[in-house]
Ligand binder design. Structure first.
Ligand SMILES: Cc1cc2nc3c(=O)[nH]c(=O)nc-3n(C[C@H](O)[C@H](O)[C@H](O)COP(=O)(O)OP(=O)(O)OC[C@H]3O[C@@H](n4cnc5c(N)ncnc54)[C@H](O)[C@@H]3O)c2cc1C
Length: 562
């Protein structure tokens, strides 16, 4: 193969969408040499995903840029309501009122139960968030970002991975060597296809959100004058002619609109004038608009790859799971893949992680991908499968009755799809070899209800501390032993054993009744991804055995050996 340059990195990432950029940030914060290739000139020019779930915001907070993300998108006083209409300038059918982003910081401190959290969701386009992820990664000295470069080949020889990339604009190829390659290269993943792993699952066909969709990114400076209803973050058109949704991006003039293509339109190349006509049909009138870009995409997918890893090559994000966008789970699941994988790669590269560490990645994340794609499908069935009554647009008593019935249905649907703490905080890794079961059963999985629990395998319950700080801000960058029942000698033994292994461990003393009540134990060991790995009132006799298990079976002799 031609070669005109070479470079080395511990981890090479193919793809710089949200997943690849988050992985680069996670690795860069740990000082791991990371090289990322993306075949676009820069971050995505399309709005794509529109909602950052609360758990993703907590991950951004861990890395110090949740505030930078929350400053993006709609103005801080713009409500993030979800509203349903016959057409956007027609009858309003239903509305779920949601707060403006400027209220999130103070509001999250007043919530409990399902919303016991360090962060609330942020309803904002991926367009803006990718720019923050990119800027943050670029600041990290161990991270190198190469946009405009496509990965075109790789070879895993058991000792490392040699990756070949070419400059998309022409003029060069490189061969680089890394300890690991991660394919974060999206739905058409070259890395996944080269490994020969197929997606498994189903592609549903529905009148709405189940087939070819057309997305239009547009500027419409007069839209708020035409839509007289109170402002919303997402507007849904529910009628028998053309269903669609419209998302407000900057609260002034930018929007993204998606509609399902009708039979006959699906295979056609959609011209700009055809795209305008589709938008005006669901707006209910014409308006001055500028189309910034438009493209077709497929909704109705519930697909998960059969494997997430082969040897030194891993896959993450859309490369291993494809969603229908209902619930806003595709991008968020991709971010959580990166968070789960990063500390395991670090464990191997830094020498404290055993063989089982990377194998646990697929074991933990594939069931989550199946769970989350399943939730997205149920939401898509609920909204996409709903057929509005034929009279819904009529100015008659029958039309009024039809709108009342539709409103009741849509109000119920909105509260199911857009209030999902159970999905966002309820990810669990039960049965993983890295989780030490304490015999207690976790609460049932429920999209709309999250019950904080320290049963090992799930997110560490969050609590605001008496000084107003977040428990999550006090956790260490590696593992944390939370001491809730006062100091114990064996905690010091654990700290010494961790030092012998080179395993990063922080001891955190917080003897607070409120925390002890939530965790229901004197001690809890929390992983770098804020998952409870073990809890108990006393550490086991074989403290080193506990650490070996949590670090993927690393023998003590491996410690400190890169
Ligand atoms: C029109 C549209 C609307 C969407 N709406 C929503 C939504 O409302 N809610 C939601 O949750 N999700 C939505 N999604 C999905 C969401 O955007 C994805 O889930 C998310 O982008 C996944 O992130 P990723 O990093 O895994 O993949 P991607 O964002 O696809 O990033 C992969 C990157 O890899 C690059 N790449 C590919 N091949 C190579 C190669 N060989 N070498 C180097 N680089 C390569 C690509 O250019 C791309 O930048 C939407 C997607 C689209 C297209």
């Amino acid at each position: 193969m031609p070669e005109n340059a070479s470079a080395d990195a511990a981890v090479i990432i193919a793809g710089g969408g949200p997943c690849g950029l988050m992985l680069a940030n996670e690795l860069g914060h740990r000082g791991i040499a990371t090289l990322l290739f993306d075949d676009k000139p820069s971050t995505s020019p399309y709005p794509q995903a529109n909602a950052t779930q609360a758990r993703t915001m907590e991950y951004y907070r861990r890395l110090g840029f949740a505030e930078a993300v929350r400053a993006q998108g709609l103005p801080p006083d713009y409500p993030t309501d979800v509203a349903y209409f016959t057409r956007y300038t027609g009858y309003e059918l239903a509305r779920y009122a949601l707060p403006a982003s400027g209220r999130a910081r103070e509001m999250v401190k007043t919530l409990s139960g399902s919303w016991s959290a360090a962060e609330l969701p942020h309803r904002c386009s991926q367009l803006y968030i990718e720019r923050v992820l990119h800027a943050e990664a670029q600041r990290l000295p161990s991270v190198s970002l190469r946009y405009g470069w496509r990965v075109i080949g790789f070879e895993d020889d058991g000792e490392g991975v040699t990756v070949e990339a070419e400059r998309v604009a022409g003029g060069g190829r490189v061969r680089v060597r890394g300890a690991y390659l991660v394919g974060c290269d999206g739905p058409r993943s070259f890395v996944r296809k080269t490994l020969g792993f197929a997606y498994q699952g189903e592609t549903a066909s529905r009148d709405f959100l189940g087939g070819r969709m057309h997305a239009i990114y547009l500027r419409a400076p007069r839209l708020y004058e035409l839509i007289r209803a109170p402002r919303a973050w997402s507007y849904w058109a529910v009628n028998r002619d053309r269903r669609s949704f419209l998302i407000a991006l900057d609260g002034r003039q930018e929007f993204v609109f998606s509609t399902q293509l009708k039979p006959g339109e699906e295979d056609a190349v959609i011209s700009e004038s055809a795209a305008r006509a589709m938008f005006f049909a669901t707006l209910g009138c014409e308006a001055p608009i500028e189309i910034l870009n438009h493209l077709s995409w497929t909704a109705g997918l519930t697909l998960v790859a059969e494997r997430f890893q082969e040897g030194r090559v891993m896959l993450a994000g859309d490369a291993v799971h494809l969603f229908t966008p209902t619930g806003g789970l595709g991008y968020n699941t991709a971010i959580e893949d990166a968070v789960n994988l990063a500390w395991k790669l670090a464990g191997r590269i830094e020498g404290w992680g055993g063989d089982g560490l990377l194998a646990s990645y697929e074991r933990e994340r594939q069931p989550v991908a199946r769970r989350n794609t399943g939730y997205a499908r149920r939401f898509a069935d609920s909204i996409g499968g709903y057929v509005p009554p034929a009279e819904i647009e009529e100015a008659t008593p029958a039309g009024e009755a039809a709108r009342r019935g539709a409103g009741e249905y849509l109000n119920r649907h909105a509260r199911a799809e857009f209030n999902i703490p159970g999905i966002t905080f309820g990810t669990r890794y039960d049965g993983s070899p890295l989780i030490i079961d304490d015999g207690t059963a976790p609460p049932a999985d429920d999209a709309n209800l999250y019950v904080p629990t320290a049963t090992p395998g799930g997110r560490a319950p969050h609590v605001w501390l008496p000084d107003g700080s977040s428990l999550f801000d006090r956790l260490g960058p590696g593992f944390t032993l939370l001491r809730l029942g006062g100091k114990t000698d064996d905690a010091e033994r654990l700290a010494s054993a961790a030092v012998r292994r080179g395993l990063p461990l922080t001891l955190l003393d917080l003897p607070l009744d409120e925390l002890r009540d939530v965790y229901r134990s004197d001690l809890a060991l929390i992983r770098p991804d804020q998952i409870v790995a073990w809890r108990g009132n006393r550490l086991p006799e074989d403290i080193d055995g506990l650490l070996a298990r949590l670090s993927g079976g690393a023998p003590l002799s491996r410690a400190g050996t890169p």
